[in-house]
Design a protein around this ligand. Structure first.
Ligand code: MN
Ligand code: MN
Length: 318
């Protein structure tokens, strides 16, 4: 039985208590912890709508609905993993480079404690300091990036650090194993004919939404496994990967995307990979009046936690 687990909703009603992720204990420790949920409430990197700073609180609030057993993956998360809500990392709103330092430093003790972080953004600019911290701990890692944008631009408004540029910076700073990395789901209008090829020239495998829709999800899952192999992998999930009909609460929505059930199926397809961290970014609660975007985000995080628990379950059975 895990040291830290959620309150049982059959004993204490879901609407009661202070909102942590899944009603987990809010404890800033790494001792006896396998997974830490961490908020990164920063949105100064956004180029259009702002408000992702309120993403962590919205995701936490609706996550009270989640139950302990994942029926599809057949795993009871807290039989195998001790999980805490570590709270939010400190940031300095309006000052991206200061915040990058605070985010990187804030993650360090979690990684030093051999805890898997699950980070709730924030806009996508937060992934760069996360990857800096990851590289310090693990060396370079593979990236599995779900997004309707490749986020490999060079500059926005003359600046290098924005939510449209983190993956180019990560390649330049040699934080990732680009030959094992894949970007999935790009769609919508782009700046020029070369926009997506620029990402491929950096070394990423890149598969657009239209290609996935043609080839099917099983082919996509196989392609991810072939690309990543057994190296350590960090998953970065921008909620705008999902169609705005299912995830309207986001900063730069693109139509013609995946359904919520397709997104869950794709995340479950990462089963068996050597996953060392995860982030879920770009949830904007003020464009999410019925909370469906935050609810989907909470469920995607839940699937990721289930993957970690499943790997532990299978390892302990060996
Ligand atoms: Mn993004
Ligand atoms: Mn995006």
């Amino acid at each position: 039985m895990s040291e830290y687990r959620p309150v049982d909703p059959r004993e204490s009603p879901r609407f009661a208590g202070i909102k942590t992720f899944m009603r987990l204990p809010h404890i800033k420790t790494t001792k006896g912890v396998d997974i830490a949920i961490v908020g990164v409430p920063f949105d100064t990197g956004a180029s259009y709508r702002v408000g992702a700073r309120f993403g962590p609180e919205a995701i936490r609030s609706v996550s009270a609905l989640l139950r302990h057993h994942n029926e599809v993956l057949d795993v009871s998360i807290f039989d195998h993993c001790s999980v805490v809500d570590y709270g939010d990392l400190p940031v300095n709103p309006g000052y991206i480079e200061d915040s990058y330092k605070m985010i990187e430093d804030g993650i360090q003790p979690i990684l030093d404690g051999d805890v898997i972080p699950i980070l709730l953004g924030g806009d996508h600019s937060v992934t760069l300091p996360e990857l800096r911290a990851m590289a310090k701990k693990h060396g370079t890692v593979a990236i599995i990036h779900f997004d309707s944008h490749s986020d490999t631009g060079d500059k926005r408004f003359g600046r290098k650090f924005t939510h449209g540029t983190p993956f180019r910076r990560a390649v330049e700073e040699e934080l990732i194993m680009v030959e094992n990395s894949i970007q999935v789901g790009m769609r919508g209008s782009i700046y020029s004919r070369d926009s997506l090829n620029d990402a491929r020239k950096l070394g990423f495998d890149l598969i657009t939404t239209v290609e996935v829709q043609k080839q099917g999800i099983d082919t996509l899952i196989q392609r991810i496994h072939d690309r990543v192999g057994d190296v350590k992998a960090f998953v970065s999930f921008d909620i705008d990967f999902v169609d705005p009909a299912y995830a309207p609460g986001t900063g730069t929505p693109e139509v013609g995307g995946f359904t919520s059930s397709e997104a869950l199926r794709i995340v479950r397809g990462l089963k068996g990979l050597n996953l060392i961290g995860f982030d879920l970014v770009e949830v904007l609660p003020q464009y999410d009046p019925s909370q469906i975007t935050a609810l989907l985000a909470a469920n995607i995080v839940y699937e990721f936690m289930s993957l970690i628990a499943l790997r532990k379950k299978l390892e302990s059975a060996e």
